[in-house]
Design a protein around this ligand. Sequence first.
Ligand code: NAD
Length: 461
Amino acid sequence: MAGEQLVPTGAARSGLPTLGRTTPAADKETTMEAPVLSTPATAISAEQENNPWLAQAARFDEAARRLNLDAGLWKVLRFPSREIIVHIPVSMDDGSVEVFTGYRVQHSISRGPCKGGIRYSPDVSLDEVRALASWMTWKCAVVNIPFGGAKGGVICDPKTMSQGELERMTRRYTAALIEFIGPEKDVPAPDMGTNEQTMAWVMDTYSMHMGQTMTSVVTGKPVSLGGSRGRREATGRGISVVVDQALKHLNMVPAETTVIVQGFGNVGSNAAKLLWEKGYKIIGIGEFDGALHNPNGIDISELLQHRARTGSIHKFAGASAFDKDTLLTQPCDVLIPAATENVITSRNAHQLQCRILCEGANGPTTPLADDILGEKGVFIIPDILANAGGVTTSYFEWVQDRMGYFWTEDEVNQRLDRIMMDSFTDVLQYAIAHDVNNRIAAYMLAIDRVAHTTRQRGIYA
Ligand code: NAD
């Protein structure tokens, strides 16, 4: 396969010059070294706090230590099992050829095929994809679905690319990964910068190579191509369910609960809409280029119509323009970061004024910020629980594709609600039983489940 490198754990990156229209974030990557098992947890310095791989590893180490995980399993579960880097040539609309760098990291197949999204963003790095792949393993285990974890990413700026360029890049990326993905191997899904159309191209490219239509190779497809009803809203729906559960636990009621949401994409807009429909007061919405605020509440249905008409949330009559960075530190009951990593750090965690932090995005809070929020008594619903509604309905989609029989939206939603409620209870009980915070409880629950299947399967030699 031209242009592909299989990178063994710990290997340095290829060192190629600038590829595509953005530069690989080489300086962000770390060389993974074997864990020092005698230290209680990976110590994170202020300079390292924005590295998502180290953030994941720090939480993993803490949970593994509390579980008394044996040294061998610790090493097996700490590192991804396979990392693939591809450099993919794409014909651009102006006749030039660009080469884009893409990744697929497969963290674990212990509980089933790998599962995880594909991200298109200028900021994608190998360390980010490693972290996201590991989080997928823990997330699937928290909600107890039979998948391991993986993640993919391509360094590109989808906002500046035409549909034709995106299609050609997606097909070439899929072709480069063809032997590593499949319904029983690794099942991609959408993530930031990718959507149902991207998944349709992945499915079609894979099917063309296999000589038959194979819908179950990806999830998050259009419903007309084997997608599941309810998948588009599933992550936001899962968030609305766990926020409801947190309110019950903390003796709060929706009608008196204010919410701020950062990111008005798939996750953020659906979470905001569903919570607004349940009577929560959404007082702030943040986007990458500005924010909206209204202490009396924003009509989310009207905001969605406004965005559909104008292409952005800005100049919306039902709220005032607001600074996107200070939005996160405004008083509210529930804060939902639903955009990207590292938005709550040691620099702003002291200023947060929320009672509940529900992590719609993956990795929005750094470990140093966790410590500060713990001291402030913020109730955190960690990402690997809060945003697991998406992968849960992706699991339903995979099941339906393999059966060739499709459920109603009500059936999908009822099953999703049940799993999210049960998982919230499992994590909370784990936290109480082990006297740890919700995040470490979720990691412990997940690691315990993956360690169990890894022990049962044994180490193949
Ligand atoms: P998306 O691309 O649909 O939406 C992301 C939104 O965030 C966009 O509107 C973008 O403009 C905005 N944004 C980007 N940077 C921002 C910033 N700095 N400040 C404010 N807004 C910003 O992506 P998505 O699918 O909604 O994913 C969002 C997050 O949720 C990611 O961390 C992703 O990994 C996670 N997630 C997504 C799913 C899913 O089903 N889509 C499931 C689980 C987790």
